[in-house]
Design a protein around this ligand. Structure first.
Ligand code: ITT
Length: 198
């Protein structure tokens, strides 16, 4: 069975292939370079569904999508769904520098944050409405005062997961995959998809 992975972010594709790995038996995960829909929902779940719907409509195949980001308590949840372009561009260096700048002077015990991930699946139905499902998950931690580590992507170097002394950028891929927001959301989504596409 072919399933389209509706993301243009190569880091997400890499993580999802790792996370889903062996569990993809019987599923051929295809890349997607079709049109990018406007992500104008007000939640991770809403935007993940918009992306999965667009890819399913464009290809006629079942599609899965990831919408994710970091939500910082001291900034009332910003950058949240705007994480990819927080500083106005997709440059993750600019984005994480702006986040650090906006937290200057905020003490360690008030730097709580979480990574969020919504994992959506949309399955087209001949002559009927597509069936849809979404799972959301969170990975709690704190925002560090400066970046550490070269691993991962995006905000990983400035995020220290709860119970860790290292940033997410200092974890090995396997360590991140064991607990991440993305792992949790897609681990929950996969059984739903399996039941419906065989
Ligand atoms: P697609 O819409 O094509 O999937 P995107 O990068 O635009 O790709 P999002 O709108 O979901 O995706 O933005 C998510 C941003 O949140 C991403 O660009 C990172 O900056 C950040 N992010 C998400 N997951 C992350 C993770 O595991 N580690 C670090 N940063 C992450």
């Amino acid at each position: 069975v072919r399933v389209v992975l509706a993301t243009h972010n190569a880091h997400k594709v890499e993580e999802l292939r790792r996370i889903l790995g062996d569990r993809l038996v019987g599923i051929e995960l295809l890349g997607y370079d079709g049109p990018e829909p406007v992500e104008d929902a007000d939640s991770f779940a809403g935007n993940a569904l918009i992306k999965a719907r667009a890819a399913a409509e464009h290809t006629g195949l079942p599609a899965i999508a990831d919408d994710s980001g970091i939500s910082v308590d001291a900034l009332d949840g910003a950058p949240g769904i705007h994480s990819a372009r927080y500083a106005g561009t997709r440059d993750s260096g600019d984005n994480l520098r702006l986040l650090l700048a906006n937290l200057v002077g905020v003490p360690a015990d008030q730097r709580g944050a979480q990574f969020n991930c919504a994992a959506a699946a949309v399955i087209p139905v001949d002559g009927g409405d597509a069936i849809e499902h979404v799972e959301v998950a969170e990975w709690p931690g704190v925002v560090l005062e400066q970046p550490a580590g070269e691993g991962g992507f995006g905000y990983d170097p400035i995020f220290q997961p709860e119970g860790e002394t290292r940033s997410a950028g200092q974890l090995t891929a396997a360590e991140k995959d064991a607990v991440s927001h993305r792992t949790q959301a897609f681990t929950a989504l996969l059984p739903w998809l399996r039941e419906r596409i065989g």
